[in-house]
Design a protein around this ligand. Structure first.
Ligand SMILES: [Fe+2]
Length: 151
C-alpha cells in the first residue's frame, strides 16, 4: 500500500492539508528506505523529522478544532495521544534493532493510521465546521450555543 494524499481527503484547511500531505510523503520515504535496506542514519533522520512534525501538526490541528468550537475535540485529542504512545513503542523497536518488526509497523501501523485518521476522524471536524458556519470564530456565539444544544 502506498500512502499518498489526495484532494478526496482534504479537510478544508490549506495549512492542515499541506501538513497531511507532507506527513504522508515522509512516511512513504520511510517505507521506501526500509524496503531498500537503507542505513540507520537516513531512517533516524526521517524519524526525527516525523517526531517534530507530528507534534507540531497535532498542536496546530487541535488549536484549529478549538477555534471552531468542535464539540468532539477531547475525543480527537485522545486519538492523537494514543497515536503518540504507539509511535513511541514503534521507535523503541527500531532502537532495539528489530528491523522487521519496525518495517511491519511503519507499513501497517504508521501509514495506515494516518490514512484512516485523515479519511475519517479528521473528516468529522471538516464536516462539522462546514455544516456549522457559526462555529467559525467570526460567528455569533449565541447561535453557536443553540446549534450545540440541538446537535
Ligand atoms: Fe487529527
Amino acid at each position: 500500500m502506498r500512502f499518498k494524499w489526495s484532494k478526496k481527503i482534504s479537510v478544508g484547511d490549506v495549512t492542515i492539508d499541506k501538513q497531511h500531505k507532507r506527513l504522508l510523503d515522509e512516511i512513504l520515504v520511510l517505507s521506501l528506505l526500509l524496503e531498500r535496506g537503507q542505513s540507520g542514519n537516513h531512517i533516524e533522520e526521517t524519524l526525527g523529522f516525523l517526531d517534530r512534525y507530528i507534534s507540531g501538526h497535532f498542536t496546530y490541528e487541535e488549536g484549529y478544532m478549538e477555534t471552531h468550537h468542535y464539540p468532539l475535540l477531547d475525543a480527537h485529542k485522545e486519538m492523537h495521544r494514543q497515536f503518540a504512545v504507539e509511535y513511541e513503542a514503534m521507535k523503541r523497536e527500531f532502537a532495539m534493532g528489530d528491523t522487521l518488526a519496525f518495517q511491519e509497523k511503519v507499513n501497517h501501523f504508521l501509514g495506515q493510521w494516518w490514512v484512516n485518521h485523515i479519511s475519517h476522524a479528521d473528516q468529522n471536524y471538516h464536516e462539522y465546521i462546514d455544516a456549522h458556519p457559526t462555529s467559525h470564530p467570526e460567528g455569533e456565539p449565541e447561535r453557536y450555543h443553540d446549534t450545540i444544544q440541538k446537535a
